[in-house]
Ligand binder design. Structure first.
Ligand SMILES: [Mg+2]
Length: 268
């Protein structure tokens, strides 16, 4: 097999659907509130990309939240609290998903370009099974159906472990990892791609790091847009992204560049 990109692994929220990655934020805030602790939307976004239960644990480990939990409950949080918040979180997450499942504008045309180059498409996510299925169903109704879609429950651990990518590669018969690109909007996405040994690519405008809906984005001044993009670019580049791009719609152009690099002997 010629040494070219054969598989694109896409994240879901903030990458292919849900511009700005909003669906999980309100559900995290509400499920913490139900446990007596206020968290801000900024705090709720910090661990974005991890499996949602790991996300809750990581939030509890953040010093400000650890302190507020202790002052509210009179003791430190425990693993039982992680489970309890996760159980409150799941139905809240499922309830709001329907409002945040619109495809990123241009995705369908981008996918058509990728398909015409015989590329395979996979999805990986931090969503638990029912949420992942719900998002995939809503995306399918809009015309986006990846060849395979894995969630953390399909493998032994979610991001930053590379297992969801490896499962996709195995099922689709694609190797080595340098012939795969992973595209996502958060630090755990970038780490997942790096840990898999593939090309790891960050999207900026639609990301949780920018955190703006399409309407909010369009209403922003160009200078505020620049500030937010620069910040997101730094975060994802510092996490190890090989490339950062405006949105998924730049993936076909990027693949041309990566194929050129591969032909010159460059490796991720
Ligand atoms: Mg995402």
């Amino acid at each position: 097999m010629q040494n070219v990109i054969q598989l694109v692994v896409f994240d879901w929220a903030g990458t292919t659907v849900d511009h700005g990655c909003f669906a999980p934020v309100a559900a995290f805030m509400q499920s913490f509130k139900q446990h007596g602790v206020h968290v801000t939307s900024e705090e709720a976004r910090v661990p974005m990309g991890l499996h949602k239960k790991d996300h809750i644990r990581t939030m509890l480990q953040m010093p400000g939240i650890t302190a507020r939990w202790k002052s509210q409950h009179g003791k430190d949080w425990t693993e039982a609290d992680v489970q309890s918040i996760f159980e409150a979180f799941m139905p809240m997450q499922l309830e709001v998903l329907g409002q945040h499942s619109d495809l990123i504008p241009g995705l369908i045309e981008t996918l058509a370009q990728l398909r015409s180059s015989n590329l395979k498409i996979a999805g990986t996510t931090g969503y638990f099974r029912e949420a992942a299925d719900s998002v995939a169903k809503a995306a399918a109704q809009q015309g986006y159906i990846p060849d395979i879609n894995n969630c953390p429950e399909d493998v032994s651990a979610g991001r930053p472990a590379p297992w969801m990518i490896y499962r996709s590669m195995e099922k689709l018969g694609v190797y080595p990892p340098m012939n795969v690109i992973k595209v996502g909007d958060t630090i755990p996405d970038i780490e997942e791609g790096r840990n898999a040994g593939c090309w790891s690519v960050g999207v900026l405008r639609t990301s949780s790091e920018v955190g703006a809906s399409l309407a909010e984005w369009e209403a922003m001044s160009p200078s505020l847009q620049d500030t937010k993009i620069s910040r997101a670019k730094k975060v994802l580049t510092d996490a190890g992204a090989h490339f950062v791009i405006d949105s998924v719609n730049e993936v076909p152009k990027l693949i041309t560049e990566i194929n050129l690099r591969l032909s010159r002997g460059e490796r991720p």
